[in-house]
Design a protein around this ligand. Structure first.
Ligand code: NAG
Ligand code: NAG
Ligand code: NAG
Ligand code: NAG
Ligand code: NAG
Ligand code: NAG
Ligand code: NAG
Ligand code: NAG
Ligand code: ZN
Length: 907
């Protein structure tokens, strides 16, 4: 079985044995008839249910803590189902499978039958359908694919093909990533709708009637593989002004008894027709959409539906008198079908929708970094989950008895964490704590899976210990035992060289590998801050890199790649932006969880000099730098590493200014960047950025720093003709290049004012360990390459940062274990191919995603198509058959038919 992988083609899924084909979804006529010669207004009843924000996901589900926010999702679904049954014309869409799943579990067979009928008849339609509505700026593609797969699988298992969403729906996320559009296209969606985009972009698109467009979301995939029809909703996701009939709104109901006082039908109809006609002027067809709902609405759905029934009746009643407007209950897929039928050509877009600004000084670029510890925890949790899911495939095909086969519990915690108020860092503190608690529960589940597989593989039942606090140099076993063994599990499908650092108590250790050969190792003494001394000259040189430091300042001053013989000037330092408190003449916007608004474009240096100390051995060289009591760094070079490691520790950020600080590190190099820099999109394809520039409109830049910030999920780089400096991050962060040759990354933020976007809390993190303010530690990897081969270096580095080796420990030397070494693969995968997913799917099949991880043209060697022989892949799985699925594994590839859309350029 051979599969061809084109550059950036992210996958296919395999199902062993006979794969059952289900019936297609056959619906007689679920969309209401429209009138070709009139303006058709598609009224879409909907609710926007955050999977955690001001309340936790479970508090939202039950309607607990209504003192924080009145919201109860269980009542919404109860009420909507009742109301749909009252009038077959009514429609509703539902989005977040995390909530729907909770509700469905508790329904009787009777209710389930009824709901199935509503779905079959298209009266209840699922849109989007992932576990949550993911954030687009701070998520990694692998976790997004997983959470979509989980939600869509539940819908398919429960409702079959009529439950499959046709439309992606991201009405609330704060900016939109190109990689998300590419993924949605490959998941088989016919179209995508969202609510938020830059205010300047919106006004231009309104005039040009380009609020509906065709997004070509990949440079590498052949059109139309990554083409996605994209619609921008007219009013965010809210109803038009004056037409909110939820119990949470104050707009007047339709009072239609002429015998009573205050009869207002004429007034309501007149206002509605005016809004409809105005809206039609900024869209292209004789169909327009109105979102009739908002956050957590429809808890008492009768209010909405009773008034919508009347609105439709009275508006359409005017047609007898010559009105040209036709209102109807609709859904996004019914609306999309009409746009498709219109057979027009659509403006083509190839960049993304970042950054998002809703006004001149209101740039939503702070959340790219907000809650850096949660962002890191989410990222490593993803690695743990993948390791846990893979484990059973290597040992026992079916997994140990009673084990959590599909890793569902840990999967759910990760899926919820992708929500646009979760990993984004824009939730209240108690909700952030709840996400972290769920992820911690997921870790435990995954550790059980890994221990079980390792026990089966090694034939040893010795207790396995995990040291979750290695990031702060804590591991009770290695610190107390004189003899212990370390098991290193590499989840990547190729060998990696990975330094293992462990806290120990002795001064000399003998280390040997599985075959008894001795391993290079060094015991370093950790020196605490009071023992600082300044070293006159620091130069670090190992096999591949040479790093120089300025002897006067202790700062990094140069970097050379000894293989390619290139050298750049490079200084690095830490700075902070002074947050705006909002009280100035231009705007009253403060910096907060969402928004980055420094009150000066020049950041303050934390210290012009660093106290340093050097450790130099044959396998490891480090310069430890102290900048202030709250900023320090270890610059580290490992024996055979091609990347320089910068391990930063920042916090607690001082708040004696009663304002807050946003801390960056800035690399200033001799590279001639001409205002260009490059950032990744959800960890996958790279996008070019230019200072004070947007590819699709003429930008009026009003925030010279915040308006140039972009999300960095796994890497960013600057380059000129000869040098490329790449920074690989260990979590999502915001960053930019404000000066020629420089690249800055925001590491940590602490802000004492709320930025008035609803969260109503300052971003002022502390923890039990750090009551004075959160301390965060992280790692940046720097690599210097020639531009034509740089991708060959940074692609694998970025994957290694996501799927790090898992370490487990056992006391004693472990020599008696029958098997000390194992590989699940017959051979390493080619460099271009990444093993993205391997997990149990059902009793006799696994889900496998192989990804071509290079973009077309970015590497001479690795951008070529690759062929993989599945039968020669695994050492433990015998492949009996395979079928290809779409990216989200909810449709067979050969049954995937998407609408075809024509771009204006005819390309
Ligand atoms: C339609 O027009 C007629 C004649 O002008 C008028 O009597 C009637 O009230 C109008 N009906 C509606 C629904 O406006
Ligand atoms: C769509 O438009 C094209 C060119 O304008 C035309 O050739 C084609 O027949 C139309 N398709 C339909 C289904 O009307
Ligand atoms: C470290 O070693 C010393 C001396 O051997 C011993 O007293 C101490 O308990 C050890 N520390 C730990 C954490 O085991
Ligand atoms: C930071 O800004 C505040 C006003 O917003 C100002 O009072 C303070 O002096 C500034 N800090 C520095 C170091 O300039
Ligand atoms: C800014 O203005 C707001 C509202 O007038 C006030 O509550 C707040 O205390 C002011 N902040 C500062 C730092 O003066
Ligand atoms: C921020 O946190 C610190 C430490 O807990 C606390 O003393 C301070 O009052 C908080 N400030 C605000 C504005 O919440
Ligand atoms: C170390 O990792 C743990 C999670 O395992 C995290 O909670 C903690 O914040 C990290 N510590 C630092 C200093 O980053
Ligand atoms: C969808 O679910 C049905 C059962 O409802 C199953 O037979 C079918 O194989 C599933 N489709 C996919 C692509 O998994
Ligand atoms: Zn939301």
């Amino acid at each position: 079985m051979f599969f061809n992988l084109q550059p950036c083609f992210p996958g296919f899924c395999v199902c062993v044995c006979a794969c059952v084909r289900a019936r297609a979804c056959v619906r007689v006529q679920s969309c209401h008839a429209t009138k070709p010669n009139l303006l058709n207004v598609h009224l879409v009843p909907h609710t926007h249910d955050d999977v955690g924000w001001l309340k936790t996901v479970d508090q939202y589900y039950y309607g607990d803590r209504n003192d924080i926010q009145h919201a109860g999702v269980q009542y919404i679904l109860d009420s909507v189902v009742d109301q749909l049954l009252k009038n077959p014309d009514r429609r509703f869409i539902y989005v977040e499978t995390a909530f729907f799943y909770r509700w469905w579990k508790r329904q009787s067979a009777d209710v389930r039958r009824t709901v199935r009928r509503l779905v079959d008849e298209g009266r209840l339609e699922f849109v989007n359908g992932g576990w949550c509505m993911s954030d687009e700026a701070t998520t990694h593609y692998s976790a997004v694919i997983d959470q979509m797969t989980m939600g869509l699988r539940f819908l398919n298992d429960t409702f079959g093909p009529c439950g499959r969403p046709r439309v992606a729906w991201h009405i609330d996320p704060f900016g939109h990533a190109r990689e998300h559009a590419s993924m949605f296209a490959q998941m088989g969606y016919d179209g995508f709708f969202f609510g938020r985009l830059d205010y300047q972009d919106r006004s231009r698109r309104r005039i040009a009637r380009e609020q509906e467009l065709l997004w070509r979301a990949s440079d590498s995939l052949t059109p139309p593989m990554a083409d996605l029809f994209t619609g921008i909703l007219p009013n965010g996701y809210n109803p038009p002004e004056g037409f909110c009939w939820d119990q949470s709104c104050d707009d007047p109901p339709i009072r239609d008894d002429p015998d009573l006082e205050d009869y207002n039908v004429d007034d309501v109809v007149k206002r509605f027709l005016a809004i409809a006609n105005t809206q039609a002027k900024v869209y292209k067809t004789n169909h327009i959409i109105m979102t009739m709902g908002s956050d957590f609405q429809y808890e008492n759905a009768n209010l909405w539906y009773k008034n919508l029934d009347k609105l439709i009746r009275y508006v359409n009643g005017r047609q007898a008198n010559g009105s040209r407007v036709h209102a109807l209950y609709s859904t996004p897929s019914c609306y999309l079908q009409e746009l498709h039928r219109a057979n027009l050509t659509w403006a083509l877009k190839t960049d993304d929708f970042f950054p998002y600004a809703d006004d001149a000084h209101d740039l939503w670029t702070g959340y790219f970094t907000s809650r850096p510890a949660l962002k890191r925890y989410e990222r490593i949790s993803n690695g743990n989950l993948q390791v846990g899911l893979r484990g059973p495939q290597w040992s026992d095909h079916r997994g140990p008895q009673g084990s959590d086969h599909r890793g569902l519990l840990s999967g759910k915690a990760m899926a919820v964490a992708q929500h646009h108020d979760a990993v984004s860092g824009t939730e209240k503190q108690h909700v952030a704590d709840d996400y972290a608690r769920r992820l911690a529960g997921g870790w435990l589940r995954c550790q059980v899976l890994v221990s079980n597989s390792l026990a089966a593989l090694s034939g040893s039942t010795a207790e396995r210990i995990y040291c979750d606090k290695l990031n702060v140099s804590v591991c009770p076993l290695t610190e107390s035992s004189s003899k212990f063994s370390v098991n290193v599990y590499n989840p990547l499908a190729r060998p990696v060289s990975w330094p293992v650092r462990l806290p120990v108590n002795g001064t000399s250790y003998k280390v040997s590998d599985a075959e008894g050969r001795s391993v290079d190792c060094q015991v370093c003494v950790c020196v605490c801050c009071p023992l600082l001394k300044t070293v006159c000259l620091c130069v670090l040189v190992l096999q591949f890199l040479r790093v120089t430091f300025d002897p006067d300042t202790g700062l990094l001053s140069g970097l050379s790649n000894l293989e390619t013989k290139q050298t750049i000037k490079l200084t690095q330092n830490f700075y902070w932006y002074n947050a705006s408190d909002g009280n100035n003449s231009k705007s009253d916007q403060p910096s907060g969880a969402y928004i980055f608004r420094p009150n000066s474009s020049t950041p303050f240096v934390i210290s012009r000099t660093a106290k340093t100390e050097t450790v130099q051995t044959s396998v490891l060289q480090e310069v430890r730098q102290w900048f202030s009591p709250w900023v320090s760094q270890v610059v580290r070079l490992h024996g055979d590493s091609r990347a320089l490691e910068l391990e930063w520790t920042v916090g607690p950020l001082p708040i004696d200014d009663d304002l807050g600080k946003e801390v960056i590190t800035r690399l200033d190099s001799s590279i001639q960047t001409a205002e260009y820099f490059y950032t990744d999109s959800n960890g996958r394809e790279i996008l070019q950025r230019k200072k004070d520039f947007r590819p699709t409109w003429i930008l009026r830049q009003s925030e010279p720093v915040a308006g140039n910030y972009y999300p960095i999920n796994s890497r960013a780089f600057i380059k000129d003709e000869v040098d490329q400096l790449t920074v690989v991050t260990d979590r999502s962060q915001g960053g930019s290049s404000i000066q020629n040759g420089s690249l800055e990354i925001m590491l940590h933020r602490r802000l004492l004012y709320d930025d008035v976007r609803g969260v109503a809390e300052p971003l002022n993190e502390t923890s039990a360990l750090f009551p004075e303010g959160l301390v965060v530690r992280g790692r940046l990897l720097l690599s210097l390459d020639r531009p034509p081969t740089a991708a060959d270096a940074h692609r694998p580095l970025a994957q290694q940062a996501v799927l790090q080796p898992t370490l487990t420990f056992t006391d004693g030397d472990g020599r008696w274990s029958p098997c000390l070494q194992f590989s699940g693969l017959q051979a390493a995968l080619p460099p271009a191919v990444h093993l993205l997913t391997l997990t149990q799917w059902d009793e006799d099949s696994v889900l496998l995603r192989l990804e071509h991880q290079f973009q077309s043209r970015e590497s001479k060697e690795n951008s070529r198509p690759v062929t993989v022989n599945l039968q020669k892949l695994f050492s433990t799985l015998e492949i009996l058959g395979a079928s290809e699925l779409n990216l989200s594994a909810n449709q067979w590839k050969d049954e995937m038919k998407r609408f075809h859309w024509t771009p204006q350029t005819g390309m």
